[in-house]
Design a protein around this ligand. Structure first.
Ligand code: GNR
Ligand code: NI
Length: 180
């Protein structure tokens, strides 16, 4: 088991389009384990492989408070979405500290494969519907801030870049400290 590094917006790698999974092997099982561990540790309710720099169509979700109901979606496809929409205050592990309203279909049907490569289909509403759509956007290289106004997005981008500079500065100071 391992905690994976989560890419932070505006990292260009977050905009790569994921390719379908074709091999249902031990490497895939291990990746799912590591993604689940990374999501729980963060903590978050979902994680797309794109966020850990693996550009394959793989998503893990657990929306329970008890964190004991992991859902794995491989090569997911939305087969139906409702006409009615809901606005949900979204956050993202790749954009820490930022929350804003995003409007999406309130219900979706999703078809996907499980870890064994077996197809399943389910209908989701509420937070699960939001999460599935948010994660599937990641697989297409899309981050939720792209639904916000250019003004808000640019403010978020600046804030993230400032934080990144701060993090890198602290890391450099820590490294220097170890040398003296
Ligand atoms: O942990 C997460 N919470 C969340 C809250 C509202 C809408 C979407 C999400 S997904 C997010 C984890 C994440 O970044 N997944 O890509
Ligand atoms: Ni996200």
């Amino acid at each position: 088991m391992a905690i994976l590094n989560i890419l932070r917006y505006p990292d260009p790698r977050l905009h790569k389009v994921a390719r379908p999974v074709t091999q249902f092997d031990n490497r895939l099982a291990k990746l799912v384990q590591d993604m689940a561990e990374t999501m729980y540790e963060a903590p978050g309710v979902g994680l797309a492989a794109s966020q850990v720099d693996v550009h394959e169509q793989l998503v893990v979700i657990d929306i329970t408070e008890t964190k004991d109901a992991l859902q794995v979606f491989i090569n997911p496809e939305i087969t139906w979405s409702s006409e009615d929409k809901q606005v949900y205050d979204e956050g993202c592990l790749s954009v820490p500290g930022i929350y804003d309203g995003v409007e999406r279909p309130s219900k979706v049907r999703v078809k996907a494969l499980d870890l064994e490569g077996k197809p399943f289909e389910l209908e989701a509403e509420g937070l699960l519907a939001v999460c599935i759509q948010h994660e599937m956007d990641h697989l297409l290289g899309k981050v939720f801030v792209e639904y916000l106004s250019p003004l808000k997005r640019n403010r978020i981008k600046s804030k993230m870049l400032k934080e990144k500079a701060g993090i890198e500065r602290e890391a450099a100071l820590r490294a220097a400290g170890r040398r003296y």
